[in-house]
Design a protein around this ligand. Structure first.
Ligand code: NAG
Ligand code: NAG
Ligand code: NAG
Ligand code: NAG
Ligand code: NAG
Ligand code: NAG
Ligand code: NAG
Length: 650
């Protein structure tokens, strides 16, 4: 078809107008375009059908308003059908559903967990073992009717496999747990002032008491007061379980009630969603060491054999200055600690001043989780609380795994920071990979702890290279007749030398102000402190002439780092004995005699009988009750040791 020139011009301008319209829509009303494309309610409003005028007047907000009805909850009808069956004001609690709510002082929040909700869920879920077994072996299936009457299973008991029985039993228990997330604030910051009163959980399984609470008699209900912001309760669910959380009346004189209580409640047929350990469990968290502003803490071993590789850190940690009372009353509450702890790392990865890692070590090369906390105040005491976040599936620990991972708050552990001074915490060295403690440092010469760590590590490596050259000339791996020992080989010698070298060449530092202990050796007392002052005259008079007091063990520290006076936590004597025992006699190692007061006493420490930290060794920490690191193998050797030999061994 041929167009006249006029028609072509009209066509061209129409096309241009349409293009402009399309560009207008795309560039200026993206939400509108989006709404038209995705909203099923306006799907028949095709964009091409809109006239030019309509496009002009329809603005974005109108277009968005069209979508309003689509956002109405889909569950309105479903909810209404159930509401008729529950007591007034009670909220239905579904299995494993987390309910979070504010609660004014004196108020009570009521819930109901319906027994029928569990069985109906099992029927719907084709993956339930019960259902699976029934479909595979119809003839053996116990006749479970639609209401899931459990008694019938027991009548058929002889034919039920143990797995099926256990499954039914566990699904009969309801695990109720709750955490206080927020509580009224204290008006007084006085440490002895009382904490805000705790919430109470009321539970009733009696149809005579469908709204348990402080007004009801305790014959028909159980009242459980929260302990440090948390509560755990288990009950059978043959019948509906009515429960409520009630907030006590709170004195407005003592507490700021503009902050209401806030709690989280979960009822689960699997296990407690939130749990905490009682008084008698140990914290499972160990303070390794700290300096004035940072500390390292570690968990116990996470695996039993090193082949069991752990990929993600399972725990989180909270830390709080003991001078601050904000976490009091919430120490068992994961939710409360997440809201109030000064230093926290949460399951969502936000961690502030905390670095988390997994570290292998120990004789069996097992894995621990470590927490490096920075930004602390000097000379302060802290409480650290280890926790496993809820809702995460488990990978390693003893607890049974299940569809939801139960959260656990462990017992608090304590640690403290050193005063501002010479000691600087180092970790993450590449050669001495087990070395993680405070060492003599100086913020002027080494403002950066990583650089200080590299200085010590490089020094140790150069010593190691010398040793390695000597060892290569020793017949370790030769035939057994030519070897220096049938029991020990070169690898043992290397291991023992490394353990000894890393502990001796990198002194473990305590501040000079630390009270004297037999295992703490003053070092470098002739030099001034960084602020220009010097060590007390009396001490100088007594010890300045003694090299063990007037310098560091390794003179390079005094030359390069210039830490000023400090105290060294001496290495454990058995590191030296193990070295002599493991290496060829031709290498000429020997340890100072314990009787030779001024070389042994200033060089090595001894393990304390009570297992407190009284000497330094690779992997040492403030273990309580002992970590069993020291092997007794050196015991018979003490009498055999020769004379002090090299300059390094002291
Ligand atoms: C069904 O049960 C019988 C009797 O216990 C058993 O021998 C058979 O192996 C079962 N079949 C299946 C498919 O589990
Ligand atoms: C369940 O509750 C009972 C008492 O109410 C208690 O003795 C028992 O230890 C609880 N079980 C668990 C696993 O907490
Ligand atoms: C737990 O320890 C605290 C303080 O050490 C004590 O007051 C409390 O009674 C203990 N609780 C239990 C259940 O032993
Ligand atoms: C320790 O185990 C880890 C894996 O878990 C491995 O990478 C490492 O090389 C092992 N170290 C030693 C000294 O065996
Ligand atoms: C450090 O001390 C200040 C002042 O006492 C205090 O406000 C702050 O919370 C403390 N910080 C930590 C992490 O302890
Ligand atoms: C440890 O050192 C390695 C490099 O050697 C570095 O990549 C890593 O970030 C360090 N880790 C920490 C926690 O500083
Ligand atoms: C102690 O050491 C300092 C510096 O390290 C030195 O100046 C002083 O002479 C030494 N004193 C003695 C008695 O050796």
């Amino acid at each position: 078809m041929q167009l006249s020139p006029l028609q072509s011009r009209l066509a061209a301008s129409l096309i241009a107008t349409c293009l402009l319209l399309v560009i207008y829509v795309i560039l200026l009303s993206p939400q509108f375009a989006f709404a038209v494309e995705f909203d099923p309610i306006v799907a028949d409003h095709d964009v091409h059908e809109l006239s030019y005028e309509e496009l002009d007047v329809v603005d974005i907000s109108d277009a968005l308003d069209l979508r309003g009805p689509a956002y109405e909850p889909d569950f309105a009808l479903f909810d209404r059908s159930i509401i008729g069956r529950v007591p007034d004001g009670a909220t239905i609690l579904a299995n494993n559903e987390l309910k979070k709510s504010n609660l004014a002082p004196g108020a009570t929040m009521a819930y109901v967990f319906q027994a029928s909700s569990v069985t109906s869920r099992a029927e719907r879920d084709p993956n339930e073992p019960l259902e699976l077994r029934r479909s595979l072996n119809e003839s053996q299936a116990p006749a479970v009717d639609g209401d899931g009457d459990e008694d019938q299973n027991e009548d058929d008991g002889t034919t039920i496999k143990p797995e099926l029985t256990r499954r039914n039993e566990t699904s009969k228990t309801l695990w109720i747990s709750a955490n206080t997330c927020l509580q009224p604030g204290r008006r007084s910051s006085d440490k002895t002032a009382p904490n805000p009163p705790q919430l109470t959980l009321y539970v009733s399984t009696s149809s005579d008491n469908t709204s348990p609470g402080p007004q009801q008699s305790d014959n028909t209900q159980k009242a459980i007061v929260f302990t440090e912001g948390a509560v755990m309760f288990n009950t059978s669910i043959d019948k509906d379980v009515y429960l409520s959380i009630s907030a006590p009346d709170v004195s407005t004189e003592k507490f700021d009630t503009s902050q209401e209580y806030n709690f989280e409640l979960v009822a689960s047929t699997d296990q407690y969603y939130y749990s905490f350990h009682g008084n008698h469990t140990d914290p499972d968290l160990v303070w390794v060491d700290s300096d004035a502003s940072a500390a390292l803490l570690q968990t116990g071993y996470l695996n039993n054999v090193s082949s069991q590789v752990i990929t993600t850190p399972p725990y989180v940690m909270f830390a709080h200055n003991d001078n601050n009372v904000d976490i009091n009353g919430l120490r068992n509450s994961y939710c409360g600690l997440s809201s109030y702890a000064q230093i926290r790392n949460l399951a969502d990865g936000s961690s502030g001043a905390m670095t988390i890692g997994l570290k292998n070590g120990g004789e069996d090369n097992l894995t621990r989780q470590e927490f490096y906390v920075s930004g602390l105040n000097a000379s302060s005491n802290y409480t650290a609380i280890l926790a496993r976040p809820p809702g995460k599936s488990l990978q390693t620990r003893q607890e049974e795994s299940s569809t939801i991972g139960g959260g656990i708050v462990f017992q608090p552990a304590v640690f403290s920071t050193k005063p501002n001074g010479a000691c600087t915490f180092i970790f993450n060295l590449t050669f001495c990979e087990q070395t993680q403690y405070a060492v003599p440092g100086n913020l002027n010469t080494f403002p950066n702890a990583t650089a200080l760590g590299n200085f010590y590590d490089d020094y140790v490596r150069s010593m190691w290279d010398n040793f390695d050259k000597v060892l290569q000339q020793t017949p370790c791996e030769a035939a057994s007749t030519a070897r220096y020992s049938l029991a020990r080989g070169c690898e043992d010698c290397k291991t023992a030398y490394k353990r000894w070298l890393c502990s001796v060449a990198i002194p473990r530092c305590e501040d000079f102000s630390t009270p004297d202990r037999p295992y703490l050796q003053m070092r470098n007392i002739g030099s001034p402190f960084p602020n220009g002052t010097t060590v007390d005259e009396d001490i100088l008079k007594k010890h300045a002439g003694n090299r063990a007091f007037n310098s560091s063990r390794n003179p390079k520290i005094d030359e390069v780092v210039q830490p000023g006076p400090y105290k060294e936590l001496l290495p454990c004597e058995n590191l030296c004995y193990e070295l002599i025992q493991s290496c060829p006699a031709s290498m000429g190692f020997s340890c100072p005699r314990p009787q030779s007061k001024f070389s042994f006493e200033t060089s090595y420490g001894r393990k304390a009988w009570d297992d407190s930290l009284s000497c330094n060794y690779p992997g040492s920490a403030h273990f309580i009750g002992g970590a069993g690191m020291l092997s007794p193998s050196w015991a018979g050797l003490v009498g055999v040791i020769g004379i002090l030999l090299t300059t390094i061994l002291v």
